[in-house]
Design a protein around this ligand. Structure first.
Ligand code: G3H
Ligand code: ZN
Length: 290
């Protein structure tokens, strides 16, 4: 298989109106389910681990697991240290073998965010210019769980197009994550993406910089399709996968309290995650993109 870079894949997605899926994992079962869905649909895929997920799985372990699936399934798979909140944690992920980088210093003042993001981009590019680096600008609220209270997104949270352009230019990133009314987790009320803002950011960014939508869980399908049309070419999903996994596991254990064989206990959870990922890959129009 000819190896295609993540930047090439995301540029193709941008031009042809689809988005590559980025799915988070905490264990082998979730990874297997995502890889099976990707294989069935011939879809390029990104596997993400947040700092918490990385701590649980292990950095080297994540690299080895993804490598094994990549070799066996022959798919373009990109392993991403999702929301690295420090320069060191992003660099460490690169050093152990992650082949995509996300540095998220969006909670810092604009100039400090630029400085740290540029440091990571320069570091990674000096070692391998092909690796795609993501930076983040704007305030993304919430965390990847089912929210109990309404999350109020303030106008000042949202990404400003003129800052997005300056940020991309000064940092040298390949992927831009912004705030457009999205939040992490499944929100109580229906999210309302600011599609015009996505279009405005797309307009000012260089074509080679891909636009990433975080907080993909709980956003109505119609808005996801609009966001892709407006220029989003990469969508992150975590909570819906976690929920599918946890619900299937809880049900199996409640129905089969005597079962002790792990691969039997986990089978319905793997199946539930696979079905959820297939649903998202169809929604993102990323079927048969290899
Ligand atoms: O980086 C991870 C994603 O943004 C996950 O968001 O839990 O709302 O799907 P989500
Ligand atoms: Zn995210």
């Amino acid at each position: 298989m000819k190896s295609v870079s993540l930047s090439e894949i995301l540029l193709n997605a941008q031009k042809s109106n689809w988005a590559a899926g980025h799915f988070n994992i905490s264990n082998l079962e979730q990874l297997r389910a995502i890889m099976e869905a990707a294989k069935k649909f011939n879809a390029p895929i990104m596997i993400g681990l947040s700092e918490g997920e990385r701590k649980f799985v292990g950095l080297r372990q994540a690299v080895a697991l993804v490598k094994a699936f990549k070799e066996e399934y022959g798919l373009p798979v990109f392993l991403n240290p999702d929301h690295s909140h420090s320069v060191d944690s992003a660099k460490e992920a690169y050093d152990v073998g992650f082949n995509s980088i996300h540095i998220d210093l969006s909670k810092l003042p604009f100039n400090e965010n630029i400085e740290g993001t540029k440091e990571v981009a320069d570091y990674v590019k000096s070692k391998n210019p092909e690796i795609s680096v993501e930076g983040e600008l704007g305030y993304l609220r919430g965390e990847s769980r089912i929210q109990k209270e309404v999350i109020k997104i303030k106008p000042e949270d949202l990404t400003k197009p003129e800052e997005a352009a300056e940020f991309a230019e000064k940092t040298g990133i390949d992927r831009f994550a912004g705030a457009y009314g999205n939040s992490h987790g499944i929100s109580v009320d229906e999210p309302a993406l600011d599609i015009e803002r996505i279009k405005a950011v797309r307009y000012v960014l260089p074509e080679r910089v891909a636009m990433v939508l975080h907080g993909g869980s709980g956003i109505p399908d119609s808005q996801i399709k609009e966001a892709i049309k407006a220029g989003i070419s990469n969508i992150h999903v975590n909570t819906e996968i976690r929920t599918a996994y946890a619900e299937a596991l809880r049900k199996f254990l409640a129905d089969n309290p005597e079962e002790t064989t792990p691969y039997k206990i986990m089978a319905p959870a793997v199946e539930a995650v696979r079905i959820k990922v297939e649903e998202k890959l169809k929604l993102f129009n990323s079927v048969i993109r290899i």
